[in-house]
Design a protein around this ligand. Structure first.
Ligand SMILES: Cc1ncc(COP(=O)(O)O)c(C=O)c1O
Length: 443
């Protein structure tokens, strides 16, 4: 019998865990290494989501293991008013990677980094309204949750006063179109800001955006959009906050996704990838904004701010990314993965769209290619089948967001592993198409 069926484990899990969203995978994970996690039968499962979109260097990268072991023995945590070398070195290194964003605050989670960024924007502008995209995800706490529109709004009482949303541009399902049917994002953006202006009480503080809306279904901001968005912000005295939790540190084939667009935000937040699976996040901003915030007594004093252990991990992550040329690798492997997935699109009617950048790709599962109605159920069946065959892929699972696989393997993945993943996806689609849905065309 499979050790994954350990009834004691599952009974205790059911009895004692608070369920926090979605369902649990039907395996007990005992260990992880490189691009694989291993279940209780020591079966390898290829991890196409880098844990929770974070394990940029794969699992148990030797440099991370040695850094944690060394640093935990040296100094892991400190009184929040004390500084250590890894903190200052990481701040210096990050600043060198993002010219103009010279000041850095090191925290633990993505939500926390967005809380700090928004808090700073409010203090500096003296205003309080925060605008975000309708399919955004910025975290599960306070104002980060208030700026999260893709899920989790119902049942928790009022969001922060002054929370506003505009539609995320969607090139594959345009709301505003040019004559040739392509997305007219400028008209959409103008229209959206007309609405913002009519709702605003004159207190617009900031816009917070993901360069690629990941939880919203891998919606990429089109070329030129970020610059236009920044212009809208400047015209209104708002700050532009970019949340690069998932896109930062090379995943899209640039160190930061905003670099493709030549737009530097006023505040940048990093999490997930910067700790490569350990809890580390960062807020970066200009010297001017930081001076202004400090002059107004900016307070974001937390237990784990400036902790040396995660900072040392962040430094190791940046070193490995540079040494192993992982930014270039994300671009190269991303193109290979994109091609492979596009071939699946040609073969299977239910693969409606392949999109994204670098090693952050989305595959939309639809009822049929002509009508392109998202098919969450079919997507979920494919994910279950893929998992059975040894591939973990995340399908946007929450109700109302369904039908898109988010594929984001570690940047250290080998070409063979990438091809193995593609093969399993094809087999899973084929198997599900054959058994469940006879109307889905093969080839
Ligand atoms: C873009 C983005 N920002 C913020 C967060 C929140 O990060 P955390 O879960 O570490 O608080 C997430 C998490 O999925 C995210 O995708």
């Amino acid at each position: 019998m499979s050790k994954n069926l350990d009834q004691g484990f599952w009974n205790a899990a059911q009895k004692h865990l608070i369920r926090y969203g979605g369902s649990f995978e039907p395996a007990i994970i005992e260990r992880a290494a490189g691009s694989f996690v291993y279940d209780a039968d020591d079966r390898p499962i290829l991890d196409f989501t880098s844990g929770q979109m974070s394990a940029l260097l794969g699992h148990s990268h030797p440099r991370i293991v040695s850094t944690v072991s060394r640093q935990v023995g040296q100094v892991a945590h400190l009184f929040s008013g004390m500084l250590s070398r890894p903190v200052v070195e990481l701040a210096e290194r990050l600043a060198a990677l993002a010219p103009g964003l010279d000041r850095v605050l090191l925290l633990s989670t993505g939500a926390e980094s967005n809380e700090a960024a928004i808090r700073m924007a409010k203090l500096v502008t003296g205003k309080h309204e925060i605008v975000a995209f309708s399919k955004s995800w910025h975290g599960m706490t306070g104002v980060a949750a208030s700026a999260t529109y893709s899920a989790g709004r119902k049942g928790y009482g009022p969001a922060a006063v002054g929370s506003l949303a505009i539609p995320a541009p969607n090139s594959s399902r345009p709301r505003f179109k040019h004559a040739d049917g392509s997305l007219d994002w400028q008209t959409e953006l103008d229209d959206a800001f007309d609405l913002v202006d009519s709702q605003s009480t004159g207190s617009l503080a900031a816009f917070v955006a993901e360069p690629i809306l990941s939880s919203g279904g891998i919606l990429e901001l089109p070329h030129g959009y970020l610059a236009a968005l920044q212009k809208k912000c400047r015209e209104r005295g708002m700050l532009l906050i970019l949340d690069e939790a998932q896109t930062g540190i090379g995943r899209t084939g640039h160190m930061f996704a905003f670099q493709r667009d030549g737009v530097t935000p006023d505040i940048l937040t990093l999490s997930k990838t910067i700790g490569a699976g350990l809890p580390l996040s960062a807020v970066m901003t200009t010297a001017e904004i930081e001076e202004e915030a400090h002059a107004k007594d900016f307070l974001f004093y937390t237990t784990h701010v400036s902790d040396p252990l995660p900072a040392a991990v962040g430094l190791a992550v940046l070193e490995v990314v540079a040494e192993e040329k992982l930014v270039e690798r994300a671009r190269y492997l991303g193109a290979r993965l994109f091609d492979g997935l596009s071939r699946l699109k040609q073969r299977y009617d239910c693969v409606g769209d392949v999109r994204g950048r670098g090693l952050l790709l989305g595959v939309e599962i639809v009822k049929d290619r002509k009508d392109r109605v998202p098919d969450h159920q079919l997507g979920a069946a494919i994910a279950v089948e893929a998992f059975r065959r040894g591939l973990s892929m995340n399908i946007v699972k929450l109700p109302g967001m369904g039908g898109v696989f988010r594929i984001a393997p570690p940047l250290t993945i080998s070409e063979e592993e990438l091809d193995l993943g593609l093969k399993i996806i094809a087999e899973a689609v084929e198997a599900v198409a054959k058994t469940n849905l006879p109307n889905i065309a093969a080839e």
